[in-house]
Ligand binder design. Structure first.
Ligand code: DC
Length: 224
């Protein structure tokens, strides 16, 4: 079973996907982490986030891996733990920038499909275009969103907890730019698939969101 969870930044996709995957016993694929790794690798190699030719050369050389350590999901780039490095505000902007380049989207498409299909029993994939492009035939699709202010507050608390110096106003500004860029790009923009169930999490806790999704899967006979 493939469960697609798409939605804008800060809607709670990462936490919800992680909890849902654990509850259902499915693998978890954080596709945003792939774009983040490309942005980080480009930055470290001196490759511009809009340099299609150099990005095309860089992509096949990247070894991106996922794992778990101490109950936490980890992301590895060429064997190095980059889980924290890829979450900085700079790399968030870089990920949004490289994700608009068709060469990067095409380069990551096969990998996302392989990661989803390789998992025994199935996978929860979170991203922006999982239900529309990566797995248009996914058994279950959710579009998770929340009001911009609430999303920014969540992201601000998350960054503050990690000691990243920022302000709510700055987070809101970055988020608005990212939402605009992700939704307006020409290729695979952030969009709700026609057959995706909308989950509005502004007034819901993350556990309630997961419960709503499990109930939905039950109603549709996808989960016992
Ligand atoms: O979910 P995230 O914030 O980690 O995603 C980082 C960036 O990658 C985001 O700005 C949009 C892009 N992205 C995408 O275009 N398609 C995906 N399936 C996942 C992420």
């Amino acid at each position: 079973m493939i469960v697609a969870i798409d939605g804008p930044a800060g809607a709670g996709k990462s936490t919800v996907s992680r909890r849902l995957a654990a509850r259902l016993g499915l693998a978890l694929v954080d596709t945003g982490a792939l774009y983040r790794c490309v942005a980080l690798a480009a930055l470290e190699s001196g490759v511009g986030w809009d340099d299609d030719a150099a990005l095309a050369e860089l992509l096949p050389r990247l070894a991106i891996g996922f794992g778990w350590e101490g109950g936490e999901p980890k992301v590895y780039l060429d064997g190095r733990d980059v889980s924290a490095a890829i979450r900085s505000p700079q790399i968030s902007q870089g990920a949004s920038a490289v994700s608009a380049r068709p060469v990067v989207r095409d380069g990551l498409l096969g990998l996302q499909r392989r990661l989803g299909r390789a998992a025994v029993g199935g996978a929860v994939l979170e991203g922006r275009d999982i239900g529309t492009v990566v797995f248009p035939d996914a058994e279950a699709k959710f579009f998770l969103t929340a009001e911009p202010r609430v999303r920014a507050e969540r992201r601000f608390l998350e960054l503050s907890a990690k000691g990243v110096p920022t302000s709510l106003a700055q987070v809101l500004e970055d988020q608005e730019r990212r939402d605009r860029d992700d939704s307006s790009r020409a290729v695979a923009p952030l969009a709700q698939a026609p057959d995706a169930e909308l989950v509005e999490s502004t007034h819901l806790g993350l556990d309630e969101v997961v419960e709503q999704m499990v109930q939905s899967l039950r109603r549709r006979g996808l989960w016992a």
